[in-house]
Design a protein around this ligand. Structure first.
Ligand code: PEP
Length: 248
């Protein structure tokens, strides 16, 4: 039975995809189907330039939206960055922080990720803090140590902060590769994360799984006791597929 304080949550990460015509069609498809998944919170995290479009088209729909990154700074001379308050100006509720593509291509450290999560919370956003090991780390048996290290500075923000976050476990080797962790593999890591959350008094934080989630594998992942939903990349660009994941 689903813990009522851990309502299912499915978030789409569009990454660097979309244009106004494509988005319009995708968002119309999501709007049309969201009423069929009342048991699940559904949101999309889109590229910054499309926040206005998403905000206009999804207002009042029951769907949530957000961004894929946020500055750790409140305002100032940070060319190219986007502040948390700018996201709430477009009624964002969610923001991804520490996605593996940000850690890998933009050198984001654990300290930066914690600082971004903190900036998001200060503006009333829910940060979705992403953690996950690479294939090399997994093969070296380092998964637990990597997850613990990536979480440590976030957990150090304290119970009240962490209780307002979402954690996403995304093994890097499963992102965009078509290779999904087995439900048991994912559950093992989710249980480890849950134990850390319990230890600081925030046991009901939602923990999402991410990495090649599709309509065909979602139900078996969601059957695991510590998997509360999914962070979905590729499959979130097709309305019917994304809604089927939410329905699962
Ligand atoms: C992601 O980008 O967070 C992700 C999980 O991508 P995909 O679903 O395409 O593996």
């Amino acid at each position: 039975m689903v813990n009522p304080s851990r309502k299912r949550l499915v978030i789409g990460n569009w990454k660097m995809h979309g244009d106004t015509a494509f988005n319009s069609e995708l968002l119309a498809g999501l709007r049309a189907g969201v009423a069929d998944v009342p048991h699940c919170d559904v949101a999309v995290c889109v590229p910054f330039p499309y926040l206005y479009q998403v905000c206009s088209l999804l207002e009042g729909s029951g769907l949530g939206w957000g961004a894929q990154d946020v500055s750790e700074h409140e305002k100032g001379a940070y060319t190219g960055e986007v502040a948390a308050n700018m996201l709430t100006d477009f009624q964002c509720q969610w923001v991804l922080v520490g996605h593996s593509e940000r850690r890998t291509y933009h050198g984001e450290s654990d300290a930066t990720v914690a600082s971004k999560a903190s900036a998001a919370l200060a503006s009333g956003l829910t940060p979705v803090v992403c953690v996950g090991e690479t294939l090399e780390q997994q093969e070296a048996g380092q998964t637990a140590a990597i997850i613990e290290r990536q979480l440590a500075m976030v957990l150090a923000l304290g119970r009240d902060a962490v209780a307002r976050m979402v954690i996403a476990y995304e093994p890097v080797w499963a992102i965009g590769t078509g290779r999904t962790a087995t439900p048991e593999q994912a559950q093992d890591v989710h249980a480890l994360i849950r134990a850390k959350l319990k230890a600081i008094g925030a046991p009901d934080v939602r923990i999402l799984y991410g990495g090649s989630v599709k309509a065909s594998n979602a139900a078996s992942l969601f059957a695991m006791p510590d998997i509360d939903g999914a962070l979905v990349g590729g499959a979130s660009l097709v309305a019917s597929e994304f809604l089927s994941i939410a329905a699962a």
